[in-house]
Structure formats: structure tokens, C-alpha cells
Design a protein around this ligand. Structure first.
Ligand code: PHE
Length: 498
């Protein structure tokens, strides 16, 4: 049996007279406590263990109200008036005499006259006439006075005279009712059977401290058990936003797979964002309604060498074996400033810088497209971009890399399907299985010669670009992409740590 020290002490006290019903005061005295909360607490715990039964007797008692306290000190109003009245000669018992006597205040006089009448006095032509039996009045007054005295210590209703109680209840402020409950504690049969030998009080350890463990006392101590099922407040401290946490995790995975991180600017030229990727200048995605073109800077310079190269490639394919897109290439179009529409612009610019060094690089960055905001679209979102350029870089290597990444993210089922991008051949769509459904998360492929040759790339380039928010929706189980950015504190607090 798991008993606290207080419970043990109380049981011991009860055992000393094991069939008696104990009052609060008796238990306080016997246990040596001065706080009745100990008796209440230990008693309740013991009754829950069915070792003690508690009996409650509800009772009503009466104490003095504010007027009653005054009356107990200075005498009841009728007592004071009566004493004055009988001490006056017959011709000076008038209302006037009373008012000038200072026996009662102005307000009291009104009530007082009523009380005197109640005692049998009469008021005739402004003068009081005493009742026949003065002794009877005296008896009444003595009884009323002692009633007030009785209440001054709190008197239970049963002990009070019923008639007087009715009388005083009608008078304002003299007495007040108090409802009280008295409890008694009695051992039950199983309480009586508890052997005294287990009632030794022992050190109760609630918290384990180094000091405790350095001593010897813990060896014989009782350890308070923890209830791990109890509700506890969830600490709310600062923490990373789920998107930041997700980015960190993705970053860690690519770094672990041997990739270096690259970065780039939001503001780019149409040349680098599109022309370098062999996206034809009349491609619908380049229209104003899809891309944020800038009015400042409206135009950004591009090295002439690149403009020349792209002109050749776009118009007739140069010596890549391609026939190009035909038509007339516009270098004005290339120089237009815009907000990057994909992070492929970062990898392509990286390749332009170091076309003759093998590389594995990735970047996570924000991109901008003129999308109408809805459940699955935002005009600003993030992409997870990457390339591998090295001797022997191939489609299987690309697919394995993406599969490995998603597997590390916790999505082992990945498949690729043929797709089309102007800058890759072959091109893939990457899909991940989530809750039984295949979801498209991004595009990938091998950069076309029209892209790599003008830059002077030495080896084949595997490339991919995947949606970060799409992935976040899977990881966080969202069906509305907007939830990620509305700063809903309640939701943010309740997100699992990634
Ligand atoms: N840039 C493409 C997009 O935004 C993704 C992609 C990147 C496709 C690299 C192929 C190669 O959807």
C-alpha cells in the first residue's frame, strides 16, 4: 500500500481508538498538526483507498450581524429605551423628551417607538404610557439580550429559541445565518487491519538532487512515483519556422551526399533566366502575364560573348547539330530585367563560371511567377535546384540521386516519367508516393547541347528543380499551401519538430 507520511500519521492516530468517529479538533491534536488542510487531505486520500470513511453533518448556525455586534456591546435598542422610559417621571415620558435625551439617534427613534409598542407601551398625545406588567417586559428584554449573547459565539440553530429566532430574523442586521459542515473520520474494516508496522513515516523524495544522492538517507526513503499520463503544460519557446526547419534538413541531406551549396540573386535577365536555357524567345511562359518583368532595372547588361553565342544557338543551332529555333533572336529581349522564375538560372550561371571543373552543387531559393493564389499556388515559392557535372554523368545517376534524396527525406517510393523542358533531353518528371497517391514534385533531365556547348561545359550535366512548398505540404500533411505563410501562431506552435 502506497501511503504518504500524512496518511500514515493519521492512520496511526485513528488506530489509537479504532472504532471511534474522530472530529477535526481531535485529529489535529492527535496528529500534532495545526493546519486542518492536513486532516482534510490525508483523510480524503485514505477514504479513496477505502481505509477511512468520512461522515458529513451539515448544520446551520447563527452569528451576529453588524447591528447585533453593536447591540451586544451597547445593549439592544429596546433595552436602552425601556431603561430610559422607566427612569423618567410620568410627565417627562414624551416623544420630545426622548428626542432631546440622546438615548437614541434620530433614525433609531423611529424603529425604537415601534419596538416599545411591541413591548406593550402606548403613545398617547405624544406621551408614552407604560404597560401594566413591567415584569413581563423585563422578562422579554432579558431573553432577547441573552439570545444576542448566545449568537455572539455562533449558536447552532437547534440550540436557539424558535420564537426569538423568528423575531430577530425579521430585524435588520442583527443576526446572520452560517451554513457549516462538520466532518468525522472513522476507520473502515480494512483501515483497522492495516498493521502498525507499515505506518512508520519515511523520507518522501519528490525531486532527486545531487545532494540527496551524496547522502545516505535516500536508501530508506520513499520515492514519489511519477504519473506520466497526467496533463502537463506544453512549453512554448522560440523555435524554427517549419519551412526553415525543412530547408535545414534538405540542406543537411545534400551536404551529406557530397554537394556544395550555391546561391544567386532574385533579379536576373531574361537572357540568363531563359535564353541560356534555350527557351525560345516566343515561349508562352515568357509572356508578361506569367513573368514579373522589372521597370527598374528595365535593362541589364550581359557580356557580348554570351549574347553572340545565344544568337547563333537560337537562330540556327551553331555547331551543336541542332537547327535552333529559327527566326530572329533579339538581344534587347535578353537584357530585360526580371524576377527569376526558376532557380535553374543559378546552376546555369554557375556552369558558365566554371565549365571545366566537375561539380555537384545544389541551392534552395525563392522564385517568382505570376500565379493567382489558391490552395496549391503562390506567386512566390521555393525550389530545390541541383546539378551534377562530371565524366559519365547520366540519366541513371540522376534518377538514383533524386531517389536517394527523397528516401532520406522519408519518401522511399519515387518514380520518374517522361516530360518536356526546352533545356533538357531526356526530360523527366519526378513523382513521390504519398498516402497511396503519386504526386509530382519536380522536373529533371540532362542539359541539352544547346545549353552546355556555348558555356563550354566539358561533361554531361544532370539537372533538377523541385518544389519546396509541395514537399512541405507532404511533410506537414497540409492541403492548403497558404497555411505555410499566414503566421498562424497556434498552428506554428503545434507543428512537430522536423
Ligand atoms: N526549372 C524547371 C521548373 O521550374 C525544373 C527543372 C530544372 C527541369 C532542371 C529540368 C532541369 O519546373
Amino acid at each position: 500500500m502506497d501511503l504518504s507520511n500524512n496518511e500514515k500519521r493519521m492512520l496511526k492516530a485513528l488506530h489509537s481508538e479504532s472504532s471511534k468517529s474522530w472530529s477535526l479538533d481531535e485529529l489535529l491534536a492527535s496528529c500534532g498538526w495545526d493546519d486542518q488542510a492536513h486532516v482534510a487531505g490525508a483523510g480524503l486520500a485514505l477514504s479513496e483507498k477505502e481505509l477511512v470513511s468520512i461522515e458529513e453533518i451539515k448544520s446551520k448556525s447563527w452569528t451576529l450581524g453588524p447591528e447585533g455586534v453593536a447591540a451586544n456591546e451597547n445593549g439592544l435598542l429596546e433595552r436602552r429605551l425601556w431603561d430610559w422610559l422607566i427612569s423618567q417621571s410620568e410627565d417627562s415620558r414624551s416623544m420630545k423628551d426622548l428626542q432631546s435625551s440622546e438615548i437614541a439617534s434620530k433614525q433609531e427613534t423611529g424603529v425604537g417607538v415601534g419596538l416599545l409598542k411591541g413591548l406593550g407601551c402606548e403613545l398617547t398625545q405624544g406621551s408614552f404610557v407604560l404597560p401594566e406588567s413591567i415584569d413581563a417586559v423585563e422578562v422579554t428584554l432579558v431573553a432577547r439580550t441573552s439570545f444576542i449573547e448566545q449568537c455572539s459565539n455562533g449558536a447552532s440553530e437547534g440550540d436557539l429559541d424558535g420564537e426569538l429566532l423568528t423575531h430577530f430574523r425579521k430585524r435588520k442586521g442583527l443576526i446572520e445565518a452560517v451554513d457549516s459542515t462538520e466532518r468525522t473520520w472513522t476507520l473502515t474494516d480494512s483501515g483497522r487491519k492495516i498493521p502498525d508496522s507499515i505506518l512508520e513515516e519515511r523520507l518522501q523524495v519528490v525531486e532527486i538532487t545531487p545532494e540527496l544522492l551524496q547522502g545516505e538517507e535516500w536508501r530508506t526513503a520513499d520515492f514519489k512515483s511519477y504519473d506520466v499520463n497526467l496533463d502537463a503544460p506544453t512549453p512554448v519557446g522560440g523555435r524554427a519556422h517549419p519551412m526553415m526547419a525543412l530547408i535545414e534538413r534538405i540542406r543537411a541531406i545534400f551536404l551529406e551526399m557530397g554537394f556544395d551549396e550555391i546561391d544567386g540573386d532574385y533579379v536576373q535577365t531574361a537572357g540568363w533566366n531563359m535564353d541560356a536555357l534555350f527557351i525560345p524567345q516566343d515561349h508562352p511562359a515568357r509572356e508578361m502575364q506569367d513573368t514579373f518583368y522589372l521597370s527598374n532595372p528595365e535593362e541589364i547588361e550581359i557580356e557580348q560573348k554570351h549574347l553572340d553565342d545565344w544568337t547563333v544557338i537560337h537562330e540556327h543551332g551553331g555547331d551543336t547539330g541542332s537547327r535552333g529555333w529559327g527566326g530572329q533572336y533579339s538581344t534587347d529581349e535578353s537584357k530585360k530585367g526580371l524576377l527569376r522564375t526558376h532557380t535553374t538560372v543559378n546552376t546555369i550561371r554557375y556552369l558558365a563560371e566554371t565549365p571545366d571543373e566537375p561539380c555537384r552543387v545544389f541551392g534552395i531559393g525563392r522564385v517568382f511567377r505570376k500565379e493567382t493564389i489558391d490552395r496549391t499556388h503562390l506567386p512566390e515559392f521555393h525550389q530545390i535546384e541541383g546539378i551534377i557535372m562530371e565524366p559519365g554523368a547520366s540519366l541513371p545517376m540522376l534518377v538514383t540521386t533524386l531517389k536517394t534524396f527523397y528516401e532520406k527525406m522519408g519518401y522511399p517510393e519515387v518514380r520518374v516519367r517522361p516530360a518536356y523542358f526546352p533545356y533538357t533531353e531526356p526530360s523527366l518528371e519526378v513523382e513521390v508516393k504519398w498516402r497511396g497517391q503519386w504526386l509530382e514534385l519536380g522536373g529533371a533531365g540532362i542539359f541539352r547541347p544547346e545549353v552546355t556547348e556555348p558555356l563550354g561545359c566539358k561533361w554531361p550535366v544532370c539537372a533538377w528543380g523541385m518544389g519546396l512548398e509541395r514537399l512541405a505540404m507532404l511533410v506537414l500533411g497540409l492541403d492548403d499551401i497558404r497555411q505555410l505563410y499566414i503566421s498562424d501562431l497556434e498552428w506554428l506552435r503545434n507543428q512537430p519538430l522536423l
